[in-house]
Design a protein around this ligand. Structure first.
Ligand code: AMP
Length: 640
């Protein structure tokens, strides 16, 4: 066995095609356990439902009925930890087995082991949640585990009455109708197609879409096939009836709509719900903001009568929310007042602004839900709603809060959703909360379409990364602005303090820092007070700093999508950029996908990367062969 294999085999990397890490299990209601997930139980004789097997030694000897309790879903990620590190630690410290089953709002935590082990695990989880200082409600109630309970029902218990579903559904419909009976009329269609755009032939439309980042459009209305409006090629085509929008665009100095704008504007302006698959940097924010301004302005019910905000933008991170608000305030459309609401920001101030009255709220789901629950914000007045970077919001575990927020927003609103990817979770969300939407896909995830970044990849031993980075920084030009991406908060702090000790000015940006420090770091970087920002993936999306010249991937990101997002932080707004990526042998599972990206973008691929991909292919083949040679292993264990 070679030196390479010896070091790499103990950690079995997930298959290349697997898009997400631990959240796969958590997000879709399946059981999750650290390390090998369901597989661990399955291999050892489980009942096929992801629960631990009854015949495991631990459970036979003193294992008591599992202790179960509910945990707010937003806290699950913290308990699991990155790549399952935290849950593993908790298991090791307590000796109990911990299993988490995700539900829409609350997740169920099951603790297996002896009573003492269960108590210890419970205490550790309790401390962890408390230490986070999170505002999320931590409901803690022991509940009986239906799958494990062996206690027969008591004779005195009356059988529960059958639920009359038809009646219940009818009542729910009546309640829903009464709930929204008094909301004012809503107007959604403001689009007047210009003669030039109406005159486009089908072929011209197809050619135009192909030449503009290969725009693809689909109508997701299952009942009727509607025609998707032609894309607009100039600002006038969409906004000539709205002179204030035209002059705002002139002031901004933009020349023409970006691909997503050209196709999204006619769809949104005509009042149709939209799903825009596009990433940050494509102009997606203006794609939904400008039609939103018009929508808000032309409602039959004026701002004074509304009694609350008219537009809501939900965004996954404070950074993105603040960026959207900045974009919003730049246009000062009709004096609309906007407010950014996010956890970690000054809650009292946010409450006072909401109470005074705002037209547009840009919020992260957690804090908005908090204000909603405390009756501080009225969501009934919202008629235009945006779910920005929906995939990221789901990744961050915000689905329960989003769903709770949407309960209080009128169902006949107009909804726009943006997402960089189109996984199952986002599809589900779209199906539940958008009404007959059209979908516009702009192929920007394909880096081949963004030929403004020169991507360099260097295969290097882990222990040489720091020295190389230091040398790289020494060679920077004064006009360079560089963002260094690392995998862990600790690494960001470590690298930043190393550089500071050596007299090199830099800032660190990660989720472990106080909100005010994060904002300060970002401002310093934007304004050029510091030219080196060391960041975790918190900044890989949503960070809109135009003059970043170099993206430096100190650690390779957890998946190839994140690589694309990171690299997209440079080469923006028509400029050229450079990315440098350090790859170590631990990253071999992504080597093949990275080669694909580099080749499609006509970039140089180092020979070592090809060799790494080859070794990984051989490793996988060998593993498959080994599995095939023992086909009956699982069956034998199951039938024991
Ligand atoms: P976004 O994708 O919304 O993060 O936008 C990225 C950047 O592109 C923002 O700074 C916008 O101001 C800018 N932008 C938006 N629309 C246009 C346009 N039509 N032309 C040039 N830049 C634009």
């Amino acid at each position: 066995m070679s030196d390479w294999e010896e070091e790499s085999e103990p950690w079995v990397p997930p298959p290349v095609s697997r898009p997400r890490s631990y959240r796969q299990g958590v997000g879709n209601g399946r059981g999750w356990s650290v390390g090998q997930g369901r597989g661990r139980w399955a291999e050892e004789g489980s009942r096929g439902n992801g629960d631990p097997p009854r015949n495991r030694e631990t459970w036979k000897q003193g294992g008591s009925t599992p202790v179960c309790f509910r945990l707010d879903s937003s806290l699950v990620g913290m308990v699991i930890g990155r790549g399952g590190a935290k849950i593993k630690e908790l298991e090791e410290l307590s000796g109990a087995r911990i299993k988490i089953v995700n539900d829409n709002y609350d997740s169920e935590v099951k603790l297996f082991g002896t009573r003492g082990q269960q108590d210890k695990a419970k205490e550790l989880i309790n401390d962890l949640v408390k230490s986070s200082g999170k505002e999320a409600v931590y409901e803690y109630s022991e509940i009986p585990d239906s799958t494990e309970s062996t206690t027969p029902p008591r004779a005195t218990e009356k059988p529960t009455a059958k639920i009359d579903w038809a009646f219940a559904l009818k009542q729910a419909a009546i309640y829903e109708a009464t709930k929204w009976a008094d909301v004012p009329q809503i107007k959604k269609n403001f689009y007047v197609e210009s003669k030039k755009i109406s005159a486009m032939s089908k072929d011209e439309v197809l050619k135009w879409r192909k030449e503009n980042n290969n725009i693809m459009c689909t109508d997701l209305n299952e009942n009727e096939q509607r025609s998707i409006p032609n894309p607009v090629s100039d600002f006038e085509d969409a906004f000539s009836p709205f002179p204030e929008v035209m002059s705002a665009l002139k002031v901004a100095g933009f020349k023409k709509p970006t691909p997503i704008q050209s196709q999204a504007w006619p769809i949104i302006l005509q009042g149709t719900d939209l799903i825009g698959i596009a990433q940050t940097g494509t102009g997606k924010t203006l794609a939904y903001l400008l039609p939103g301004f018009i929508h808000l302005d032309l409602q039959p019910c004026t701002g004074d009568q509304r009694g609350g905000p008219g537009m809501l933008v939900l965004a996954p991170t404070r950074e993105l929310a603040l960026q959207v608000q900045e974009e919003c305030s730049k246009y000062k459309y009709k004096g609309f007042k906007s407010l950014c609401v996010y956890g970690g920001g000054d809650r009292r101030n946010q409450i006072s602004v909401v109470t005074e009255g705002v037209d547009i709220i840009i919020a992260t789901p957690g804090r908005l839900h908090d204000l909603q629950m405390n009756d501080i914000v009225n969501l009934r007045s919202i008629t235009y709603m945006v779910l920005d970077e929906a995939d990221r919001m789901l990744d961050m575990g915000f689905e329960p809060q989003i769903k709770k927020i949407l309960i209080d927003i009128r169902p006949d609103r107009q909804t726009v959703m943006t997402s960089a990817t189109w996984p199952d979770g986002v599809r589900r969300l779209a199906k539940s909360y958008l009404k007959d939407p059209m979908m516009v896909y702009v192929g920007t995830l394909d880096l081949a379409a963004v030929n403004t970044v020169e991507q360099k990849v260097l295969v290097i031993p882990e222990e040489e990364k720091k020295a190389f980075t230091r040398h790289f920084i020494d060679c920077l030009k004064p006009e360079d602005k560089i963002i260094i991406f690392v995998g862990k908060k600790l690494m960001a702090d470590d690298l930043a303090s190393d550089l500071c000790i050596q007299g090199i000015q830099c800032e660190a940006l990660h989720g472990g820092r106080e909100q005010c420090d994060r904002e300060q770091a970002l401002d310093d970087f934007k304004e050029g007070k510091v030219r080196i920002l060391i960041a975790t993936d918190l900044a890989s999306r949503g960070l809109d700093v135009h003059d970043i010249t170099i993206v430096f991937n100190y650690d390779f990101p957890r998946n190839i999508e994140e690589y694309v997002h990171r690299v997209g932080r440079t080469g923006r707004a028509g400029r050229f950029g450079e990315s440098v990526t350090l790859v170590t042998r631990n990253d071999w599972r992504v080597s093949e996908e990275l080669i694909n990206i580099l080749e499609r973008a006509n970039q140089e691929v180092p020979e070592e990367l090809f060799q790494m991909a080859e070794r990984y292919r051989e490793f996988k083949q060998r593993k498959n062969r080994e599995r095939d040679m023992m086909p009956n292993r699982g069956r034998w264990r199951d039938s024991r």
